[in-house]
Design a protein. Sequence first.
Length: 350
Amino acid sequence: MRMKYTSVALAVVALAGCKAEMAHREKSPLVVDTYKVEAPITSQYRVINGQAMPAELTPLAFRTDGEISAILVQEGDRVNKGQVIALLDDTKAKQNVFDAQARYELALKQYQRGQELHKKNMVSKAELDQLAASFKLTRAQLGAAKAQVTYTRLRAPFAGKISDVDKKKYENISPGETVVSLYKDDKVYVKVSVSDSVLAMIEPGMNHRQYQPQASFSGHDQSYTLSYLEHTSELHPQSQSYEFWLTMPQVEPQILPGTSVKVSVDLLAAGIGPQHGYQLPMTAIDTGSQVNQFFVWKLEDENAHRYPIKIEQINGTGAIATSGIESGDIIINSNLRKLREGMEIKGAQL
């Protein structure tokens, strides 16, 4: 029995010794590749990716409620101004016109008879005024009833192309519900997104609206000249950028909405100063949880530190950052997902 306890005690001591040795074992630092930021680059020209958008896209709706009896168009159909696009069941509206017509004709006859009796002093002036008011009221009601019949026909307010058909035959709708969407197909709108730094560089003294950049569309060999249309004054909530809208006449073959486009901009001619930034490889850029949120890991005193940066342009060799880094910074270029703030690093300068 004594020897058995002694063996157990020795085993416990041996295990305790192993644990103490494991607790004091040092973890090897992470080895990474690094990239040294060179002098800033300056560029007068820039290519911005954009997208062709439907021009003056307009949702169309009925002014009255009811059941749709017919949808006369499909997506992609071209319509003329005034063309009937959809119909509501007009049975009730036509009945209302019939009733209003009957009331109007009765009021008219009563008013005419009242005028004759008033001349013979058989009807007072007050009674005649009452008949006149009734006649005017029924006339207005008849006009309103006829208008309701016209409201059962949805017409195109301008010539264009059907973008979307949101409703189907036999659906019941309320006033203002979108039935179809129509856009002008004789124009092309192009939307591009720019950062706040680019927008801030637009010189107030220059009329950037007169500058016309060149655009090349996917599937089209020729480049086209764009004109300034408008831009937003507030950041888009998702992209956190400003939207610039450009326009041009439609061409053949037509440029359809959704077509990708590359807009070539001469920054000086557009009233924007030359672009200054630092070239970074894509492998050195870390992304955040939000849209357009980017970071780099800098190696400082053999420790990793994360800094936010602003990406202004993606080019063939990586990305151009305009803030968050400086010349001479040592940027970690590998194992970004393994990095933690303040982690000890051994760099291998490339």
